[in-house]
Design a protein around this ligand. Sequence first.
Ligand code: CS2
Length: 493
Amino acid sequence: MSRRLSERTLERGSQRLLRPDYVRSQTRIGTVHFGPGAFHRAHQAFYFDRLLEKDAARAICAVSLKTASLRDALAPQDGLYTLVELEEAPTMRVIGALRELLVAAESPAAVSSRLCDPDTSVVTLTVTEKGYCLEGAGRLDLAHPDIVHDLSHPDAPRSLIGWLVRGLELRRERGLAPYLTISCDNLSDNGPTLRRAVLDFAQQRDAALAAWIEEAARFPRTMVDSITPASDPALRERVARATGLEDAWPVQRERFVQWVVEEVDFAAQPDWASVGITVSRDVTAYERAKLRMLNGAHSTLAYLGLLAGLESVAEAMAQPPLRAFLERLMAQDIEPTLTALPSGALAAYRLSVLNRFANPALRHPLAQIAWDGSLKLPIRILGTIADALRAGRPLTRLTVPVAAWMHFIRARARDGIDIVDPLSVPLAALGRQLTGAASHDLTPFFALPGVFPAALAHEPRFTRPLGEAYDRIGARGALAAAAFGRTAKLPEP
Ligand code: CS2
């Protein structure tokens, strides 16, 4: 029987297990991370683990806002966990960067002290699109229940934004510099969007605090990338078998990993470049290319693939009509909107994304990518559509993922399967009323809060091809609808 992974047992695991290359007991916490889900642990914590080899003051305090599941899984392991890199020959590495695990709802005082500790200089976050509590236009939703709560209970916040402002307020009171706040979520303009939300909240609390944040705090943009399928029991078994150590919550990702951080003027930053993180003045071009090409293609594959009865990204990529549709969508519809990058670089990026999707070692569930569509589609597809419209290009293909999402909602409602989405309740109600005919079904989607901008909902150059794609998927199925995009004669741009 294998033993549970912990500081005590670490050396007894398999020889092949990669271990932290620093003395863990000598490290100090310098970063607070909100939202320590699989992506954070596979991506940022991996980079911080390497930073710890050079700088002992870079360990992480991982804060879950509400749920205790991660803390309960990793506390008996002293915060250690296994990161599996999925390739033909996978590697397994123990990450030691998480030195403290807190649950904000249980220990608000401990979170506050960490945020205003003089050693804390960086706060990172992965709370997904919904964690920002934004309204449709991208500003803080002051009517969001957690924001309403936090404005009246500022010292025991529930929301990420409430916590960030609380920490900054305490630092200001103590005469400390603000922390560098780094959004690692797939949002357009993630840094400025977060900054605006923080300032909107601070403004409600105290104008002088807001002015201090505006002046002294920095919120760099970032682009984060690594495909991270959710952990499952099979991963736990695989890790136990290969390492000889049981890990309650290992994580897995592809070997490819990338992090681009915007260059900002801030004293206490880690030496990002020393561990392969790109520091750049212009992250927007990278960020937009990644959101539109990789994430846009991912969501497209997810909805079309699920409608076709497929389960994983690699399986969907093995379907010739889907792969061909994706290639054309990326090359002919998405790439022309990415004008800040040279076309050669975009073509190379497209090929690398397609190869990564096709990696058979990944088994990335389409259902995981399908989550939160009402928030993801505007960021991943609708911006591309707006740009294509402005340029007078046809929307024959670009409307297909949107129509597929609508059919996905219909299918989930029909089969009584829960929809994972902040709008799950209205979406399930809407889904039950759909008939499968665009003439009836599109309008209720346009009435959802914050998904379709009015400029699109009232634009026949968008609604007409969307309706056609919707009817085509309904009549002939997702694969045939994708194949249609391949042979259709497209009007010249
Ligand atoms: C995916 C992303 O789940 C999803 O929506 O599109 O998590 C994707 O795998 C990452 O952004 C890749 O970096």
